[in-house]
Design a binder for this molecule. Structure first.
Ligand code: PNS
Length: 163
């Protein structure tokens, strides 16, 4: 039986830290579903379809394994997606104890809701300071975000600013 793992997140936009976790996950599991989900606690910068497209471009540019698929999910609980596709595991990248504290209640609730386990994965410490919210802030104020995001995202944000 092939093991499917879901890497969920807002990905608003995807960062190099996210990409690092996706690549590590793809080296362990048979199939990876990167799922762009609306976070009810956040105001989004980009529509879900745009975020999906940027992740697809980043995965292709990096020539990551073809076992990675990218999709959006906006019709219910994240674990409903997991049940629908037969995924047993969620993967969350954790940069620090702050992330662990934020993720732990969700991991327990997701396990209680549907028996889906969460695996915490450590990104390369080089990305420890990178977050989508910081990228959004720097980009909105005209700063260079190229060191923190895949090329496709840097180009998209640059074009959005010019247009
Ligand atoms: O990248 P983020 O914003 O930290 O990701 C959080 C996300 C989107 C994974 C989380 O908000 C989520 O799972 N939302 C979907 C709704 C849901 O299933 N809520 C219950 C989770 S305990």
């Amino acid at each position: 039986m092939s093991r499917i793992a879901v890497v969920p997140g807002s990905f608003d936009p995807i960062t190099l830290g996210h990409l690092d976790v996706i690549e590590r996950a793809a080296n362990i599991f048979d199939e990876i579903h990167v799922v762009v989900v609306h976070n009810p606690g956040k105001t989004a910068m980009l529509p879900i379809a745009q975020r999906v497209s940027l992740i697809e471009q980043a995965v292709a540019d990096r020539a990551l394994p073809s076992t990675i698929r990218v999709t959006g999910w906006s019709v219910g609980l994240l674990v409903d997606y997991c049940t629908e596709v037969g995924a047993q595991v969620l993967i969350k990248g954790v940069r620090s104890q702050v992330d662990v504290a934020y993720e732990t209640p969700m991991a327990i609730v997701n396990r209680n809701l549907a028996g889906v386990e969460t695996v915490f994965m450590l990104p390369d410490p080089a990305h420890a300071h990178v977050s989508s919210s910081l990228v959004r802030q720097v980009a909105s104020l005209g700063g260079d975000v190229a060191p923190y995001v895949p090329r496709a995202v840097a180009e998209f944000l640059e074009q959005s600013r010019e247009g």
